[in-house]
Design a protein around this ligand. Structure first.
Ligand SMILES: Nc1ncnc2c1ncn2[C@@H]1O[C@H](COP(=O)(O)OP(=O)(O)OP(=O)(O)O)[C@@H](O)[C@H]1O
Length: 336
């Protein structure tokens, strides 16, 4: 199991602030020692986050791990108890007025009026966009509604929108003007598979246009599909961050064993000092420090019936499980 120190990414301690508007920056967002305490609850605990410019960074973590609180502090919506935030090379809150117009966000409770239509809600947001000339407001709203597939429902009241439509409207508000950074908190919440694909497509488009995206999710497959980088939070701490492909490589190769005796297989392998856990498909075995023949021999010695053994690339699910649970055996599926 990787330790926090071993995996927390590379990167220099400081980024020189660059004052020219729109000047390229190495990191679209950075935090140092970011901490938030609510009463007796430490929601975020000393997070040093690095979001490289141009990346799509997936913020992963179970419920309550501090994703939303971190995002709210990044956007200046919540004041940190301690620590610092830098967006597009400028410190927050000091330079919020310069930098926030270039940042689009979709976070919980975007503050839409229930009695106004989706379009009228967006017009209100658009009127507050410093980067949008007043003559372009209507076109920008129409474009944003079209882009998120809400053009047909634009004149319906917000309170009649489904959860998925509300998510789309939040995204439309984030995309009213071209942004350098877009932050999306659980953007696929409430969306059907087609809506989820649409969000992925939009994230891909944003990346293609050079926009940095931070997207939080507890859905590992979603992160793996769209992200170039990942940051894993658990109980307010950053357990790992970095380039997704490198982190997955560090996870090492794995075997998937198909067997009707999953519990017996895990027990036999753990007794041999081999890291194994039940998964929905069978038993996942880490090959670090062992080999496929040794694994099979251990199973046969223990009279475990083996139907199939195949090599697998370690997925994000394995990586995440190792980091957040820190144990070698877990149960995540039912049945044989
Ligand atoms: N306004 C608040 N007052 C008190 N406690 C809070 C507040 N906001 C968050 N917390 C607590 O801080 C911790 C982190 O919450 P946060 O919402 O940031 O996690 P999360 O990873 O986004 O979870 P979820 O996926 O459920 O939204 C939780 O224990 C939560 O109960």
């Amino acid at each position: 199991m990787r330790t926090r120190d071993a995996v927390v990414a590379e990167g220099s301690a400081t980024t020189p602030s660059q004052d020219a508007p729109g000047a390229p920056v190495e990191y679209a967002a950075r935090t140092r020692g970011l901490r938030k305490v609510y009463g007796g609850t430490v929601a975020v605990d000393g997070v040093d986050l690095d979001v490289p410019a141009g990346s799509v960074l997936g913020m992963l973590g179970p419920n309550g791990s501090g994703k939303t609180t971190t995002i709210r502090m990044l956007l200046g919506l919540t004041t940190p108890t301690s620590g610092s935030v830098e967006l597009l090379g400028r410190p927050l809150p000091e330079r919020a007025g310069d930098v926030l117009p270039a940042v689009g966000a979709m976070v919980e409770g975007p503050g839409f009026y229930p009695f106004l239509s989706g379009r009228d809600n967006l017009l209100r947001f658009a009127a507050m966009e410093p980067l949008l000339p007043s003559g372009s407001v209507r076109v920008a709203v129409a474009d944003a509604l079209e882009r998120v597939g809400l053009a047909d429902a634009a004149r319906r009241r917000y309170r009649g929108y489904s959860l998925g439509m509300k998510q789309r409207l939040g995204l439309a508000a984030a995309l009213l003007v071209p942004r350098r950074l877009v932050v999306l908190d659980e953007p696929t919440n409430g969306l059907d598979p087609a809506g989820t694909r649409e969000i992925r497509r939009m994230i891909g488009e944003l990346r293609g246009s050079g926009t940095t995206v931070i997207v939080s999710s507890h859905l590992l497959a979603e992160i793996e599909a769209v992200c170039t980088h990942v940051a894993v939070l658990s109980r307010g701490s950053l357990l790992a961050q970095g380039d997704l492909a490198t982190l997955l490589e560090a996870g090492g190769p794995a075997l998937l064993v198909t067997t009707p005796d999953r519990d017996a297989a895990v027990t036999a392998l753990l007794a041999e000092g081999v890291s194994a856990r039940r998964s929905s498909e069978g038993v996942r075995v880490e090959l670090t420090g062992t080999s496929a023949p040794r694994v099979v021999a251990a199973l046969v010695r223990s009279d475990v019936e083996v139907h199939e053994v195949r090599r697998e690339r370690a997925g994000l699910e394995d990586f995440f499980t190792q980091l957040t649970e820190g144990v070698s055996a877990t149960t995540e599926g039912e049945g044989p």
